[in-house]
Design a protein around this ligand. Structure first.
Ligand code: SAM
Length: 287
């Protein structure tokens, strides 16, 4: 049985029939025990991937984030960008259209196939590589001016060793003065004050809801409901902002600037999302 699926009573057979709305996702008998870095492969099924663009709504998302990422990349002189969490291709396509040289990686083949298709529709050929972040340097070659890991993706790693390994892999792929742009939900606010959302950033589809079904310090189980009554879930590790910054610093990034909903100044509890811009450039005397 899948948690979160409605149970329907079938009177003709006097049998309880569980109708799994998210048929292909597998969370097992006790979903709240599923806290694994590899589980994203089970979660991004063909069905959910097919719905992803309804959830994010490319036009509204482009409008809400404006040129934030393009300006940040330009500010840091980036030309060659590795999108490590390509998903359905939203940022890869935007950056291609803005003139960057982009390689699009993701661990999930369904996502990459959808990204390729989306880019093709817009007249681009995406250079895709299937690669898990923890083995990035094994599967992707070359040096990049920037790595982007966007759309609250890093949160999929449940083991601290996996987070450290991933950041070390990113650090190694960057040029000496390269930059990592990585974002996350404001989990501090959800854990400490409860969930609220402006529904303005990231998940912009107005017919879709994305909300936590369960939260504890080790698991954020989010539920995504679509107008056709289909329901999907994602399991994520609720990264606290200071913790993410600390990991980045410990792996070697010397300067980290964190924006809240794309603004430089904010009250901690206000933003729905944080964006960390981590610079590799060596700064003498930096802590
Ligand atoms: N960046 C896209 C966006 O904003 O729409 C997709 C975000 S989606 C929340 C997270 C993506 O990260 C998925 O495409 C998933 O396959 C990928 N992912 C999760 N864990 C991964 C890992 N360990 N290695 C590579 N990709 C991973």
């Amino acid at each position: 049985m899948l948690s979160g699926s409605p149970a329907e009573f079938n009177s003709s057979t006097t049998e309880r029939v569980f109708v799994a709305q998210s048929t292909e996702q597998k969370f097992g008998a006790d979903p709240l025990m599923v806290r694994e870095s590899d589980h994203y492969q089970e979660e991004y099924t063909e069905g959910f991937v097919g719905k992803w663009d309804e959830l994010i709504d490319w036009d509204s998302r482009a409008e809400s984030e404006g040129d934030f990422f393009i300006s940040e990349l330009k500010k840091h002189g980036a030309k060659k960008v590795l999108d490590v969490a390509t998903g359905t291709g939203f940022h890869s396509v935007r950056l291609l259209e803005a003139g960057f040289e982009v390689v699009s990686a993701d661990g999930n083949p369904e996502m990459l196939a959808m990204a390729f298709h989306n880019a093709r529709k817009r007249g681009h050929l995406l250079r895709t590589v299937q690669a898990d972040w923890r083995f990035l340097n094994r599967d992707v070659h070359g040096e990049y001016d920037a790595i982007i890991c966007l759309g609250n993706s890093f949160t999929h790693l449940f083991e601290e060793a996996d987070r450290r390994k991933t950041l070390a892999e990113y650090y190694a792929m960057l040029a000496h003065d390269g930059v990592l742009i990585l974002d996350q939900r404001n989990y501090d606010s959800i854990l400490d004050q409860g969930f609220s959302s402006k529904h303005v950033y990231y998940y912009c589809g107005d017919q879709v809801t994305a909300e936590p079904e369960h939260m504890d310090e080790g698991l954020a189980r989010f539920k995504y409901s679509f107008p056709d009554d289909s329901v999907y879930h994602l399991h994520m590790y609720p990264l606290r902002k200071d913790y993410t910054q600390r990991l980045m610093r410990e792996v070697g990034f010397q300067k980290i600037t964190t924006y809240g909903d794309f603004q430089e100044t904010y009250r901690e509890e206000e933003p729905d999302f944080f964006v960390h811009v981590a610079e590799k450039k060596y700064v003498e005397g930096a802590e």
